[in-house]
Design a protein around this ligand. Structure first.
Ligand code: KG4
Ligand code: ZN
Length: 336
């Protein structure tokens, strides 16, 4: 059993979880021990298939998941050096996501669980992203309360965690998620898909010379809005020639505006709720400028953690196994 403050202690149950993640355009299967030790994390990314069309095409994504799920499962077990009999429970992303993509993971996981009589754990995708910060770390290293900024293509939330599986949403986006805005602006700048890494790369060569708007939504609000910023960036792009210099400055100014709002609200919330730790999660947490800005503004007020590997920021199976483990541990603890 692990120690800690009341409400934060969890009992460690030795458990190997096999997890499936197919909520969007990654077919991902992982095996994780005790929520933190990643034995395998196999990801088949469909990016090359969707690139030419500038974004994820649900019909193509769904068909590809069906083709890849069994090979990816086989590979995950092979890399983890475990047989199916060694698996204690099966976890799967249930929502949110593209329904036609989610179905493949859910049907595969449910069928395996039913046939083998192993427990099946349904995981919320956003909770998966949040638990990516426990991967490859010591279970007791992380201290509550934690303020999490979970930000990706499909969601954008500020979450207060006072203990395991205790998620209080303080704010969320009222329109677009930051990752979605990155993808849209990248498309307008003809930088390709996915937009986040492309914007980040070209922004390094530019300066933030355009003063794009920040939607603060009132001084106490923890909500976000990026649609006004997106429209203003589109207006400036329409008035300029797409030279490399313009693209770099425009991307840099856009990235600066997004990171400014994300980091300011995150740190204000961390101070208000006395967070011991601040976590970044989701695809946009791979962004170097965001990490740097949060680190600089936070100083030594709280510990800053980002997923230990870039592949844990974007969609993957290990994060689903991690969240599944903590959910299962909590339920087992309740029942004994
Ligand atoms: O978490 P994720 O893989 O999928 C969703 O749950 O949506 O996040 C994908 C998003 C995309 O919008 C992508 O452009 C963004 O994360 N992203 C980034 C970076 N890497 C990925 N955004 C900014 N900077 C990056 N380095
Ligand atoms: Zn995601």
């Amino acid at each position: 059993m692990t120690g800690g403050r009341p409400g934060t202690a969890i009992i460690i149950f030795a458990m190997k979880i096999l997890a499936f993640e197919t909520s969007c355009d990654e077919t991902a299967v992982a095996v994780v021990e005790n929520g933190t030790k990643v034995l395998s994390n196999v990801i088949f990314s469909q990016i090359d298939l969707h690139k030419e069309l500038g974004g994820v095409v649900p019909e193509i994504a769904a068909r590809e998941h069906i083709l890849k799920i069994i090979p990816v499962l086989d590979e995950a077990l092979r890399v983890a050096k475990v047989g199916f009999d060694d698996i204690d429970a099966i976890a799967v992303t249930k929502e949110p996501g593209l329904i036609s993509s989610l179905l493949t993971g859910i049907v595969t996981a449910s069928t395996l669980a039913l046939a083998s009589r192993k427990p099946l754990i349904h995981v919320n995708h956003i909770h998966g992203h949040i638990y990516a910060n426990w991967l490859d770390r010591d279970i007791d290293e992380i201290k509550f309360p934690i303020l999490v900024l979970t930000v990706s293509g499909g969601h954008n939330e500020l979450v207060l965690m006072k203990g395991h599986c205790d998620f209080e949403v303080l704010g969320e986006t009222l329109d677009d998620a930051a990752g979605e805005a990155f993808d849209k602006v990248a498309r307008l700048l003809e930088l390709g898909y996915p937009g986040g890494p492309a914007i980040s790369k070209i922004a390094e060569k530019g300066t933030a010379k355009y003063k794009f708007p920040r939607a603060w939504l009132g001084k106490d609000s923890f909500d976000f809005s990026f649609s006004g910023l997106k429209s203003e960036v589109a207006r400036v792009i329409a008035k300029n020639e797409l030279t490399d210099e313009f693209k770099a400055d425009c991307a840099g100014s856009f990235e600066e505006a997004v990171c400014d709002v994300l980091s300011e609200k995150l740190i204000r919330a961390a101070r208000k709720f006395g967070a011991k730790e601040v976590h970044l999660a989701g695809g946009v947490s791979a962004n170097k400028r965001l990490r740097k800005m949060v680190a600089e503004r936070l100083g030594t007020e709280a510990i800053l953690r980002c997923p230990t590997r870039i592949e844990y920021c974007t969609d993957n199976g290990a994060m689903v196994a991690g969240a599944g483990y903590f959910m299962a541990s909590r339920n087992l603890k309740k029942s004994i």
